[in-house]
Write a protein that binds this ligand. Sequence first.
Ligand code: FES
Length: 114
Amino acid sequence: MLEVSAEGGRALCRLDDVPDGGAIAVDIDSSTGGFNLILLRRGERIFAYHNECPHAGRRLDWSPGKFLVKDASVICAAHGATFDVTSGAVIAGPCRNGLVPMPLRVVDGVVVLQ
Ligand code: FES
């Protein structure tokens, strides 16, 4: 884990740790037990969502940190709900709601959770 940034955010990883066009999972510790995020990268842009599908509350990945990402969408491994990478909105499948976004910024090549 990287050091907490001077500006108070939580450093998650380096931008280069996330494959361009792909995704990784990151564990976030908290006093309430923590949670997991999916980070998706598109070039110099990166997007974060709770790694929890709004359909049935399952993780999106088929194995920890392994996601079904195709073109501009990420697909829930449980029942196939499909979400837009850049907005988290539902494209297809059994969900009515999109993914829950988390605010990020990139500082000197480090991905920081705000
Ligand atoms: S839990 Fe994701 S589609 Fe059902």
